[in-house]
Write a protein that binds this ligand. Sequence first.
Ligand SMILES: [Zn+2]
Ligand SMILES: [Zn+2]
Length: 304
Amino acid sequence: MSMLAQNKYPLRFQRHATNSHHPIFPTRVYCSPATTTRPKLDQGSITVEPPPPIQLTVASKPDPNDPSLQSAWSHRAWVASGCATVLISLAKSLTTSIDSQMWLEPTLAGLVGYVLADLGSGVYHWGIDNYGSAKTPIFGSQIEAFQGHHKWPWTITKRQFANNLHALARAVTFVVLPIDFLCNDPIFSTFAGVCSGCIMFSQQFHAWAHCTKSKLPWLVVALQDLGILVSRSQHAAHHRPPYNNNYCIVSGVWNQFLDRQNVFEVLEMVLFFKFGVRPRSWSDPSSDWTEEKFASDNIPQTLP
Ligand SMILES: [Zn+2]
Ligand SMILES: [Zn+2]
């Protein structure tokens, strides 16, 4: 029997938080037969230190019309450049395939790109859900947005298209555009175009997974039901306890395998024992991971 003091991570939400001059770190004392880490993996008698306190922010009720959810011209420009990058890849794939009369290999490469994009979305989502903070270089804004998403999942349905996609579109532009100009191989061009396109649009697929069926176009519902896009029911499980599964948001085809094989749990253990870093999902149940419901007004609740 061990007694461990566990600090709860406070909520950090960029537009709806006000900094406190007198931070309070709520502390609870738990009596448990093990540590505060997740129970599935046997950790023996290892004592896990509670996470260090971080700056407290006090969240207020988010506004569905918040300007931070709307697209700026810079967002639209990055999405346009990301789409152009993907289209250049696919166009090069088509022209070089016609020249070489090669069709089977590029088609298979496109399928591999689609499948691996789902895996990539899961690994990335797991990483920014569990590690880092708003102050993390390069990924800070994405980390804050994804971690805040667990508190108010419905905000993604209010986020405008370019606002939702611009960060990934920017990454696609920087990584794939140079490849477009350097590569003339139809197989790799198809792989790069399909994979980067699926990754760039994964945030739109994620947003659709949060919409009610009645508000989605019939084609999107059909693709979700066929498992070509991540389904609403599968992603809903990501937003329920224990908040450590179903990270993939392109098709979700990897989710069952990754969760059944405890792939992310093993990675978390490796990172903890190697670097002493705790994932957020080990601290449970935390208000960070709990969807905040509003009893009144017309703010939509997540998922049917
Ligand atoms: Zn998440
Ligand atoms: Zn979500």
